[in-house]
Design a protein around this ligand. Structure first.
Ligand SMILES: Nc1nc2c(ncn2[C@@H]2O[C@H](COP(=O)(O)OP(=O)(O)OP(=O)(O)O)[C@@H](O)[C@H]2O)c(=O)[nH]1
Ligand SMILES: [Mg+2]
Length: 343
């Protein structure tokens, strides 16, 4: 994996270590460590069936290594910087709300007011996003669906946050602080849209964002609205996962680079899901009939390569090229709005 640890220092944090004591005193570090994540545990297993074994499986053992060393440091820094903030906003991917929810974050941030943003909902199935919002609310998690690309839903954030922090603001005022500034840490997996969210909410393009994981390398503070400052952080993943499908889904959506795994096998796994989801965009784009969807996924990948004219010398289908194309087009939502995980 080609992540590099290029930047280590926090930029322009408005609170010195002295100031950090203000919130630090309120943080219960012990209970933070012992708490279990909330809804990820309660969430039922995904309703999408597990990918079936295919011919390609027998030839490949897919071991996904995605936890580069600098992420351990990032996690430690999050623990440290939590002392500086009044609230935490966790951004998750509306297409994979289970797999994109870092199980460490809920426990790391225990005791802090928290909002979950279901981002990229322009690429997720509308009714599934509504179910997720409802589910999270039933778990007492304040959730807001957003589309940071167009900005839809972003304006709901400050009012919800103000409500969540109203007691805190009042108590600062009671202590004599006029117009206290609330500081919010933005956390989430790589490439989920943390920096884009900050740019949207502040109506400025100051946070660097790009469509690849690992863009933000160090913490950076931004003034985003009157009385609110936000800390942009590098994306964090967790070191272990019990379920291999979590890693695959993170790769489908671009949270981890696909070059850490076999692209053809990843595409075969994605096809297993796309066959079941059966969106008109998917069939139309690759000129597939209902009968074609009954094929084994590797054969289907070969057919997609043929339909796209992707051939290697001798006229054989170029399945590797087709695999890259399929993944790219899925990530760009050209195969329809899909949610891979349901509550
Ligand atoms: N379609 C769509 N794309 C989005 C949305 N939000 C962000 N993006 C895109 O997702 C990509 C990643 O955005 P970033 O803001 O760089 O993500 P990040 O979480 O800061 O990523 P790291 O800094 O690498 O952890 C960019 O290409 C954004 O344009 C959204 O709501 N919808
Ligand atoms: Mg970023």
């Amino acid at each position: 994996m080609s992540y590099k640890n290029t930047k280590k220092s926090s930029k322009g944090s408005p609170r010195s270590s002295k100031q950090g004591g203000r919130s630090g005193a309120r943080m219960n570090a012990k209970s933070t460590k012992q708490q279990k994540p909330d809804f990820t545990k309660a969430a039922k297993p995904v309703k999408v069936k597990k990918p079936k074994k295919t011919a390609a499986d027998s030839e490949h053992t897919q071991v996904i290594q995605w936890y580069p060393g600098h992420m351990t440091k990032t996690k430690r820094r999050i623990e440290k910087d939590l002392k500086l903030v009044d609230a935490v906003a966790e951004i998750i991917d509306a297409r994979i709300p289970i797999s994109s929810r870092n199980p460490d974050i809920a426990s790391l941030t225990t005791g802090k007011p928290r909002i979950v943003l279901l981002n990229k909902c322009d690429m997720a199935d509308r009714s599934s996003t509504a179910k997720w919002v409802e589910y999270l609310r039933s778990e007492n998690v304040r959730a807001i669906p957003v589309d940071c690309k167009s900005g839809r839903g972003v304006d709901k954030f400050v009012p919800v946050l103000s409500e969540l922090l109203s007691k805190r603001i009042e108590s600062y005022k009671a202590k004599g602080m006029i117009n206290p500034t609330m500081r919010v840490m933005i956390v989430g997996i790589p490439n989920v849209g943390k920096s884009t969210f900050i740019n949207r909410i502040s109506k400025k393009n100051k946070a660097v964002s790009a469509d690849r994981p690992g863009v933000t390398r160090g913490n950076q503070w931004f003034t985003v609205a009157k009385g609110f400052e936000m800390l942009d952080t590098p994306g964090v993943l967790w070191p272990k996962f019990e379920d291999q499908t979590v890693g695959e889904r993170l790769a489908f959506t671009g949270a981890i680079k696909s070059d850490v795994m076999d692209t053809e096998l990843l595409a075969v796994r994605l096809l297993d899901l796309l066959k079941e989801l059966d969106t008109p965009e998917f069939k139309e784009r690759y000129k597939l009939s209902d009968d074609d969807l009954k094929m084994q996924s590797y054969e289907l990948l070969e057919l997609i390569a043929k339909h796209r004219g992707m051939l290697i010398s001798g006229g054989e289908p170029d399945t590797e090229r087709a695999a890259y194309t399929l993944l790219d087009e899925f990530r760009a939502a050209k195969l329809g709005r899909v949610t891979l995980e349901l509550p």
